[in-house]
Design a protein around this ligand. Structure first.
Ligand SMILES: NC(=O)c1ccc[n+]([C@@H]2O[C@H](COP(=O)([O-])OP(=O)(O)OC[C@H]3O[C@@H](n4cnc5c(N)ncnc54)[C@H](OP(=O)(O)O)[C@@H]3O)[C@@H](O)[C@H]2O)c1
Length: 253
């Protein structure tokens, strides 16, 4: 892809779950843009490997944090502000699914999926919004999923949580508009990462999935990274409360 500049040089961007997949590619692209980047993840080993690969020097912080734990989220943002002085953008990238039906799930499993996807997005957005409200500037972009709008087998609780993030996006957009803070989301179809590997690595399953995507392929991480960067950029300054579908046309048909 030809290089595109989003005007994010010097911006401080927190990317939750930046140790692999979409978040890692996002961190890489932000660093190339000249941004200062904070990534988090639960596992130190994953963060160490990502930090070594990203080689971001003093423009990169990698902080172990579980987004559904309030103390971890407080520490994530406190360390970010102590180190970089501000937070210009938050990308709520963390998401996870455990294969289960909605009816057969035990309450503990339901809570686990909802906590990581929804509660984590809320805790991080809340903390970032408190800082951004003071700054009178900021961007929050969450990564939801086409599963928020289409019921999919074994992904029901995940879809319920992602649908709630869509509503959170609109609600926060309204609450934060007077403070010059814009809140949006990007909703991809299947993206080629470790998260979705059990689906795309099966040729028959992949053919079936691709049949529902007019552009005839699943997304690559780069397809998600650029819409997120656009929504963080000055060019998106009058866009708020929107969910941008990144799905090769799947939701249009
Ligand atoms: N891949 C797809 O097909 C697809 C499609 C639509 C939407 N999405 C969404 O896109 C986002 C990124 O997905 P991905 O495919 O890049 O996922 P991924 O490859 O599984 O990466 C997930 C990242 O999040 C971190 N993480 C997971 N749970 C966490 C938690 N509770 N607290 C902190 N960090 C946590 C992981 O590190 P640790 O394991 O070390 O915590 C890792 O860095 C998710 O929101 C996902 O729902 C993905």
């Amino acid at each position: 892809m030809a290089s595109i500049s989003y005007g994010l040089e010097g911006n401080v961007v927190v990317v939750t779950g930046g140790s692999r997949g979409i978040g890692l590619d996002l961190a890489r692209t932000l660093l190339a843009e000249g941004a200062r980047v904070v990534i988090c993840g639960r596992k130190q080993a994953g963060l160490d490997a990502a930090a070594a690969e990203l080689d971001g020097g003093d423009r990169l912080l990698a902080i172990p944090a579980h987004v559904a734990r309030e103390a971890d989220v407080d520490r994530l943002f406190d360390q970010t502000v102590a180190h970089f002085g501000r937070v210009d953008a938050l990308v709520n990238n963390v998401g996870m699914n455990l294969i289960t039906g909605v009816v057969d799930a035990e309450p503990a499993l339901f809570s686990k999926i909802v906590d990581s996807n929804l509660t984590g997005t809320w805790l991080c957005s809340r903390k970032a919004a408190q800082l951004m409200r003071e700054q009178k500037a900021g961007r929050i972009v969450s990564i939801t999923s086409i599963a928020a709008r289409r019921a999919a087998p074994f992904m029901g609780i995940y879809g319920i949580a992602k649908a709630a993030i869509e509503m959170m996006t609109r609600t926060l957009a309204q609450e934060l508009a007077p403070f010059n803070v814009q809140v949006n989301a990007v909703a991809p179809c299947m993206v080629r990462t470790g998260f979705s590997q059990p689906f795309w690595s099966n040729d028959d399953l992949l053919k079936e999935i691709v049949r529902a995507i007019p552009m005839g392929r699943i997304a690559e991480t780069v397809d998600v990274v650029h819409p997120v960067l656009f929504l963080c950029s000055p060019g998106a300054g009058f866009i708020t409360g929107q969910i941008l579908m990144v799905d090769g046309g799947a939701s249009a048909v």
